[in-house]
Design a protein around this ligand. Sequence first.
Ligand SMILES: Nc1ncnc2c1ncn2[C@@H]1O[C@H](COP(=O)(O)OP(=O)(O)OP(=O)(O)O)[C@@H](O)[C@H]1O
Length: 815
Amino acid sequence: MPSLSPPTESSPPLSPPATVRRNPPRRARQTPAAKALHAGPPPRETNVPAPAPAPAPTSASENLKVFLRIRPLHVTSGVPGCKPSKADGRVPGKGAPPKAESGKNTTCLTVNGPSSVTLTSPLSLHDQKRVKSEVYDGFSFVFPPDTTQQEVYARAINPILMDFMRGTSSLLVALGPTGSGKTYTMFGCATDPGVVPLTLKQFFNYPSEGTGHATRSFYISILEIYSERGKGERILDLSADGEELSFQNSTMIGLKEVMVSNIEEAEHLLALGMLKRSTASTSANNQSSRSQCIINIRSAEKSHNGHNSHSAVLTIADLAGAERERKTGNQGARLQESNFINNTSMVFGQCLRSLHEHQRNPKKPLEKHFKSSMLTRYLRDYMEGKKRMTLILTVKPGEDDYADTSFLLRQASPYMKIKFTNIEEPPNLPNKKRITSSLITDHHKRRKINVSETSVDDEGSHRSNRNDGSRASKKDADTKKLQEVVIPQSSVISTEVLMPMTVDTALNDAHHMELLSLARKEEIMRNFSKALWTTLKQYKQKLIESEKNAQSLREALRKEEVQVMELNKEIEELKSRCSCQKPPHVGESSSAKVYARLDCSRTGLGTPSYQVSSSPTFHNGSTLGIAASQSAQSVSCDQDLNDHNCLLVDQIPENLPGMEIIHDDCNGLAVSEPTMPSTNLNKSEFGNESASSFDNLSMVGGRNVSSSMVDETTNLKENKRQSPEPGLSQAQHLKSSDKYYVRRVLKEKNATVSQSSNVDKPKRKLRPASSMLLKDLTGLDMETTNRETRDKSTDEGQGISQNNASLLCLLRKQS
Ligand SMILES: Nc1ncnc2c1ncn2[C@@H]1O[C@H](COP(=O)(O)OP(=O)(O)OP(=O)(O)O)[C@@H](O)[C@H]1O
C-alpha cells in the first residue's frame, strides 16, 4: 500500500505501513485533495484555502466543529516578538542535541485533504508493534503547518464571529499537547497576532446592524484557572487589579468585565492579562502555560432608546497542554502543575466523550464529569451541549510527537460527531440580557460596586508578586477608569456573573414553581374531595339508620295505638257494664238521658267504630227518639222497617256493652251519644197528619243526620200505661213491651235530599188511627223543641221533613 504521506522536503520517504486504520468513517477512495497532496506539496496558494468571505449562518442542528492545526516542524525566531520554544529554538549551526537529530527532520502526520490527515508511526516504533498508518478525517478543516494566523481566523473564527454578532454565544477552545501552538494560535505574537486580537479587530471594524441607529459595545473579562502547589484549583482575574475569584453555584463572583471602546484598549487588556498569566519554562516549551486561560468577549448593541438589542458572549479558552512526565522531565512544582493540567484535559475529554455517547445512545445518561474540574464547571453549558463550541486541535508533526498527536487525534475523533441540537441561546434574542439584568437587585449592584472599590483600596496588598510593576504604575489611572467602567456597568457585571441564570432558566424555574403550586393545589383539592365524599357516605349511612329507627318507632307507635284502642274499648265495656248494673230510677229527672254505645262489630252492623247515639229528650214519656249518629262515618240504614240495619230496642240486651239506657220519667227511651249534641225535632213540623209518623231527627255535631225512626208510639204509650209496676226500669219495660223499632238512617244522600226538601210539601194523610196516636204522642214539648231546633238549622229541617215523608209511607205499610 502506498504511503499516504505527502513527500516533503524535510521528511525522508517512509516505508509502507502494514495496515491503515481509519478513524472516523472509512472512506473507499481518497479525496481529490488528498491525491493532490500525495502528488506533491502544492503551492501555498492552493494548499491553504482562502478565508471564507461570507460564511453561512449556522444551522439549528450542526456538529461540533473541530479544526486541526499542524504546527510547523521547525519554528524559527525570525519574527520579532515570537519566541521559539526551547526544544524548537534550535538554530542550525548553534548546536542542537545530537540524540534528537534522528527524529527532528521526519514527520508522522501528513495532510490528506481539507478534513483528513494520516498519522504514521515513526520507524523507531516499528520494532515494538506492527507498523500502521491511521487516517483521521472528518475535521472541519485541517490547517497545514504553513497556515497563517489570518487563514485560521478566516476559516475557523469568522463563522463564530458572524454568529456572535447575531447574538449567539459560543466557545472556542484550543486543545493540544504542550508546545503545539495553542497560545500561539489564540494570541499569537506582536508581529503575528492570533485569532483573539484578530477577532477584536474585526469587532471594531464590524458595522452595526441596521442603519446605524444602534451602537455596539464590547466588554472583556479574562481569568485563569490554576493550581498553586497542588493545593487545589484557584481562579484569578487577569484584568488590571484583578483578584482571586470564587466560583459558587455556577456563578463567578468578583469577575470584572471591562468595556473596551477600541482595539488599542482591547489589546492592552489582553497584553496585561498575558503578562499576569501563569507561565513557566519546561523542557518542551520555554513559555509553557501553567493555567487554563479564559477570555470572555461580550457584545451588546444598544439602540437609541437605550435598550440592548441583543447580546452574546464569545468565550475563548486556551488550555494548558497535556504533558508527559518522561518527555518534559518536570519535577516539583512543575510536576504538580502537570498533574493539574493533565487532569483538567482528561476531564474535559471525558465530558465531551460522555456527551457524544449520550447523544449516540440517549439511554445512556450524561455523566457529570464536569464536576471534576473548575474549568468544566465553568463551561458546563458547553460541556452538556447546550451551547455551540468550536475546537481547534493543535499538534506537532514530528516523529517525537507521535504519541501526543496520536493520543489527541484518537481522543478528539469522536468529538466531531457531537451535535448541537438543543441550543439554549437562539440568535437574535434581544431581550434576554435585558430581562436577566432586570432580575438583578440594586443591592447586588451596590455589592459589585463595593467590590470594585474594595479591590481598588486593597491595591498592592494582593498578588504583588505577579504584576507589581504594571499595576503600580497604572494604579491611579486604572482606578479612575475602572470606576468609570465598572460602576455604570455594575448591572452588566452582575448580569455576566449571573450568566448561568439565564432567562430560560428563570422562566423554567417560574414554570416549575407554578407547576409545583398547581400540583399542590390539585393534591389539596383531591384530599378535600375525598374527605367530603367520606363524610357524605357517613351521613348517608346515618340517614338510613335514622329512617330504620323512625320506621320501627312508627310501627311501635301503631301497636301502641292499637293497644290503646283496645284498652279504651275495654274501659268502655267496663263502664257500660258498670252503668248497666246500676239500676235506673224511675223517679229521676226528666232530663235524664240514656246513653248507649253500641259496638257495631258486636251488634253486626259491620262498622267497628260504629256508635249509636240517641239523643232525645223526651217528655211525657210519649216519645221515644233514638238517633243514631256516627262520629266518623255514617252507617246507612234503610228507612224500611224491615231493613236489617234497623234495631229493635227490645232486642238490645240489657247488658249490652257500651249501651247505657237511662229511663226517662216520661217513660221515654232515649239512646244517645253523650258527647254529641243532638236536636229533637218536633213532629208538629211535619204537620198534624204526619205527626204520627214523626221521626226523631238528630243533629249530631252540626251535621244533619236524618234519623229515621219509627216509634210504635201507640205501643209505647200503651206499655206505659199498662206498666204494672211503675218502678220497673225502662229496659225491663221495653223488654216486656211490644216491639219498638228503632231505625236509624244515616245517609249523606238523605241529608242532601233533606236540604232540598221543603217543609211546605204537600202533606200526606195518614190513617186516622196513626194520626190519633201521633197526636197523643206529640206533646207539648216536642213542638217547642222542634222549633228551637228549626231555628238552628232550617235547611236541615227541610231535608228531614222530606225524608220523613218517605218514612211515613213505610209506617203506613207497617201499620
Ligand atoms: N504555527 C506556528 N507558527 C510559528 N510558530 C509557532 C506556531 N505554533 C507554535 N509556534 C511556536 O511554538 C512555540 C510553542 O507554542 P505555544 O506556546 O503556543 O504552545 P502551547 O501549545 O501554548 O504550549 P503550552 O501548552 O505549553 O502553553 C512558541 O514559541 C510559538 O511561537
